[in-house]
Design a protein around this ligand. Structure first.
Ligand code: P6P
Length: 339
């Protein structure tokens, strides 16, 4: 009764992480506890986002409610929930959030060994039109938890212990890697549990989709312009690629991970470092792409090799199917040689 076993042998995210952690005999369950608090935050945001539309009717989330009180915007609310959940886990010592200008150093009595970098509600400008948005996070170890410094946060993405995102769309899907592949979990609202629905996600080696904001084409550099031109007018007889661009990173990356293709947020004359943030957008998504057999590039180097100097630093990023990213890397490498 394999089907029956599948139905009754529920692989929840907590069980899955415990299984993975059991490979490390020295692990004391701290990481599992940390992750369960991140999952709690995702469940809260999922519930708040799904009510956002209704909230307009009853004056919640960013509107003034019947008492005329200014309700918090969803991204501010989400940030507060994640910060409180992470601190209460007792396993974190530094938090970096897209919503907070400065890093949060957890008070010694509640401090643990982990650093969490996160965007609590990425793409939140899209929420009013019902487009999928998401939480993006990455987890590092602190060097010395009794003396945490900002240097602990300005680490290359190659030091990440884990990364993931939770997409709030038609369903609530959490995609996670702790360093041995990528797995996807879907929230079963009747159980309040994330159940393993996409085991061992592997991105297709080559894709048929490119994903970029063509509205910035006027400001692109020559290499990006050439690459996009090749997507539209292939010179090798292959069919043109399809353009799919949601404008919400989690939605565009999730589609790229499952269907293949390439997502680009290049630098342009207006934004010489592109728009996406290194710590809590580029690194976690690049980590997941590599774990799923794809790759991520910044126009100069492997994205995970970047060493950020500031916590809200930006970088151009080209990520997705291995072969597609190779093509744009070749264009930038050729330009380097000619310089
Ligand atoms: P543009 C959303 O505001 C965001 O930070 C990412 O989620 C998304 O990929 C990007 O910006 C979209 O930017 O300039 O194309 O609207």
């Amino acid at each position: 009764h394999a089907a029956d076993a599948h139905r009754t042998d529920l692989m929840t995210i907590t069980r899955h992480v415990l299984n993975e952690q059991s490979k490390y005999p020295e692990s004391r369950g701290d990481f599992t506890i940390l992750l369960s608090h991140i999952v709690l935050g995702c469940k809260f945001v999922c519930s708040a986002v799904s009510k956002a539309g209704l909230a307009k009717l009853i004056g919640l989330a960013g509107e003034t409610n019947v008492q005329g009180e200014e309700q918090k915007k969803l991204d501010v609310l989400s940030n507060e929930v994640f910060v409180k959940a992470l601190i209460s886990s007792g396993r974190t010592c530094i938090l970096v959030s897209e919503e907070d200008e400065e890093a949060t150093f957890v008070e010694p009595s509640k401090r643990g060994r982990y650093i969490v970098v996160f965007d609590p509600l990425d793409g939140s400008s899209n929420i009013d039109c019902g487009v999928s948005i998401g939480t993006i996070f990455g987890i590092y170890l602190v060097k010395d938890k009794d003396n945490p410094t900002l240097d602990d946060v300005l680490q290359p993405g190659t030091n990440l212990l884990a990364a993931g995102y939770c997409m709030y769309g038609s369903s609530c899907t959490l995609v996670l890697s702790t360093g041995s592949g990528v797995n996807g979990f879907t929230l079963d609202p009747s159980l309040g549990e994330f159940i393993l629905t996409h085991p061992h996600i592997k991105i297709p080696k080559k894709g048929k989709i490119y994903s970029v904001n063509e509205g910035n084409a006027k400001n692109w550099d020559e290499q990006t312009t050439k690459f996009v031109e090749k997507c539209k007018f292939p010179t090798d007889g292959s069919p043109p690629k399809s353009l799919r661009y949601v404008g919400s990173m989690v939605a565009d990356v999730h589609r790229t991970l499952l269907y293949g293709g390439i997502f680009l947020y290049p630098a342009d004359k207006k934004s010489p470092n592109g728009k996406l943030r290194v710590l809590y957008e580029v690194f976690p998504m690049s980590y997941l792409m590599e774990q799923a057999g794809g790759q991520a590039f910044t126009s100069k180097q492997r994205a995970l090799d970047l060493v950020p100097k500031k916590i809200h630093e930006r970088s151009p990023v080209f990520l997705g199917s291995y072969d597609d990213v190779e093509e744009i890397k070749a264009l930038y490498a050729a330009a380097e040689e000619n310089n």
